[in-house]
Design a protein around this ligand. Structure first.
Ligand code: EPZ
Length: 427
């Protein structure tokens, strides 16, 4: 088992470069299955979720050639059985995008129920609704999601819930369906637009991504392509919050400022001074942190994937902040870990009342999920004393080289390998 050991407080100063967007990459890499020919994908983040996807592609017969640290060539000329077993699918949520791609390519697919962060119930009813509207028969049996269609036919689909995953999965199933597909009440996140741009670079006809309505004209062939993934909005936001939380001054490079508007607005309200450039933002804070109320919403609202990080910052702000989780049922599990560091946070369902304290103190904590891990990491760098973070594999699922990037910014973060302690020895 590995853990991070952090000595604080430190002010983060310097420059950090954002990697490719995890939530775009985990959709685009499965989408290479739709190509007749090779795809070269650039700006891929070097994180474990991506490694798992390469394992899944190779297990199905595809060739994945690493050209350099952030570029691969995927050749899916040969795809065997359209099955993604539990032992591979359970490590991440996005394995379920294989359903949409394999249904399009093979007219059938079997994918294990996905894993991923635990925020309470994570249903897939909207994915199934979309597949069935396109003419597929979908069933869940012994933990496997099975989909089969003699032919996929364009349909008019209204999503009951704004869902990133369902919007992506049904797009993947519709790009070669016969006729026109209209998707309404779609998610509008940057990674939806990135996937649509990737599909169109392969010869698809997808219009309206980034708005509520996406119109797809099914095509017969999708060819290979070369495509570069957009920068990660949430990784960028995480470093921005870390700079503000530690009273630092950081230039966050390789960003699309338009994707960061809601994050910039809340950080400025909290007391950060932000300067925007074409492909970078500078975040500095030397005054007091101020309380801020926020509610997470689908894009362009404040991203739910930035909620834990922002709550960590607000736990050190003067005054009381109200943080409302508007997307997930239970995304405050990490608050217990912040409380161990002295945070004063009361949670009632989807609302957290954060009473700021002048200084957090180091403590042994856990990364309960990916963004929760980022939150405790931010708190640890601002806190006084030593913090040990266990279960850091959750953090490394979504943040490329995070310990190195933070060290370059002046953080005192060490990774330590800890032998597994048998429970009886600890009792
Ligand atoms: C994606 O998850 C992201 N993961 C999540 O980021 C992110 O929190 C979420 O979108 C919201 O932005 C990836 O992209 C891999 P949803 P996803 O379907 O697609 C309900 C991270 O930190 N819903 O948009 O699983 C659902 O319960 C991760 O990078 C249904 O009711 O999220 C939730 O309340 C964590 N039925 C809401 O919609 C469905 O069929 C949004 O979920 C699907 C979803």
């Amino acid at each position: 088992m590995e853990k991070f050991i952090i000595e604080g407080p430190t002010r983060l100063c310097g420059e950090v470069t954002v990697s490719g967007a995890k939530n775009a990459a985990v959709a685009i890499i499965p989408a290479t299955i739709l190509a007749q020919g090779k795809c070269v994908i650039e700006n891929i983040p070097n994180i474990s979720d991506i490694t798992v996807l390469f394992k899944i592609l190779r297990a199905m017969g595809a060739t994945v050639r690493v050209l350099n640290r952030s570029t691969v060539e995927v050749d899916t000329t040969y795809i065997g059985e359209p099955v993604v077993p539990y032992e591979l699918a359970r490590y991440m949520r996005a394995s379920y995008y294989m359903l949409g791609t394999l249904l399009t390519r093979c007219n059938r697919a079997s994918v294990s129920m996905p894993g991923g962060c635990n925020f309470g119930v994570r249903p897939i009813d909207q994915h199934m609704k979309g597949f069935e509207a396109l003419g597929a028969h979908v069933s869940i049996d012994s933990g496997m999601i099975n989909a089969q269609a003699d032919m996929l036919l364009g349909a008019h689909i209204y999503f009951d819930v704004v869902s990133v995953g369902a919007t992506i999965n049904v797009m993947l199933a519709a790009v070669k369906a016969k006729g026109i597909t209209i998707l309404e009440n779609c998610a509008k996140e940057p990674h939806i637009v990135d996937l649509a741009n990737f599909l169109n670079s392969m010869g698809a006809d997808v219009r309206g991504a980034g708005t509520d309505v996406i119109k797809i004209h099914g095509v017969d062939i999708l060819h290979g392509t070369t495509y570069s993934i957009i920068p990660d909005q949430i990784e960028a936001g995480t470093y921005m919050v870390a700079a503000a939380a530690t009273g630092g001054d950081v230039l966050v490079k390789n960003v699309i400022p338009k994707h960061l508007e809601s994050i910039i607005e809340k950080l400025e309200k909290a007391g950060a001074v932000i300067t925007e450039y074409d492909d970078a933002v500078r975040v500095a804070r030397d005054g007091e942190l101020s309380k801020v109320n926020l509610k997470t919403m689908p894009h362009p609202g404040f991203p739910t994937d930035m909620q834990p990080q922002m709550t960590a910052l607000l736990s050190m702000a003067s005054g009381t902040s109200i943080v409302t989780e508007g997307v997930w049922d239970n995304r405050f599990r990490y608050v217990d870990e912040l409380r161990r560091m002295g945070a004063l946070i009361q949670v009632d369902g989807k609302v957290a009342v954060v009473e700021g304290v002048p200084q957090l103190t180091g403590a042994p904590v856990r990364a309960v999920d990916l963004r929760a891990g980022a939150a405790v990491l931010i708190a640890a760098m601002a806190a006084k004393g030593t913090t040990e973070i266990e279960d850091i594999e959750h953090i490394e699922r979504g943040y490329e080289d995070i310990a190195d990037k933070l060290t370059v910014l002046g953080a005192n973060v060490k990774k330590m390998i800890v032998p597994e302690k048998p429970l009886q020895a600890a009792l």
